[in-house]
Design a protein. Structure first.
Length: 177
């Protein structure tokens, strides 16, 4: 099935939320209000993978941040306001959320979405020079993709994610320069 990578638009919100619910446990899903605010404040960081008939098979949302050698855990708060952190002249992409439709997992489309969306952002915004993200320690496939793409672990944020058994897990912070 052919897919097209394109910038997200407000009309994509229902599909983005469908993907969010399909891709993440309820305890860590972000709200529609958070996505709408992110798309409004940082449209250059929001990308979708569109298939036939307008159906979306993945999204990636990001913000541009000023580059800080160390990371501030407060910047990674779930449902934070992108308007407070996004800087169009920033030097670092913060990948705040990404998911692919469960129907496409294992096909390589997630890696393509990740790689191509970042490449588009870097091509369109030459000041960018680094990418940062967080990942659940249990998401082994995602961590493998990020390592293969040159990311290294630079720290943790304690008790960030809820596990299936109710435990609190750290967020692993990864960066690629």
């Amino acid at each position: 099935m052919p897919f097209t990578l394109r910038p997200a638009v407000a009309a994509d919100m229902a599909e983005i939320m469908r993907l969010e619910r399909a891709g993440f446990a309820e305890a860590i899903q972000e709200t529609e209000e958070a996505f709408a605010e992110r798309l409004s404040a940082a449209p250059e960081g929001c990308w979708v993978l569109q298939g036939e008939a307008g159906r979306l098979f993945g999204y990636l949302c990001a913000e541009f941040w000023q580059l800080e050698p160390r990371f501030d855990p407060a910047r990674f708060a779930r449902n934070h306001a992108a308007a407070d952190t996004h800087a169009l002249d920033g030097e670092e992409v913060y990948v705040s959320s990404m998911v692919v439709d469960p129907a496409t997992r294992g096909t390589g489309w997630g890696r393509r979405l990740f790689r191509d969306a970042l490449a588009e952002m870097f091509a369109r915004h030459p000041r960018l020079r680094s990418t940062i993200l967080i990942v659940n320690p249990e998401w082994l496939a995602a961590r493998q993709i990020y390592r293969a793409e040159g990311f290294i672990e630079i720290g943790e944020i304690g008790a960030y994610f809820a596990s299936a058994d109710g435990q609190r897990l750290p967020a692993i912070v990864m960066r690629r320069d």
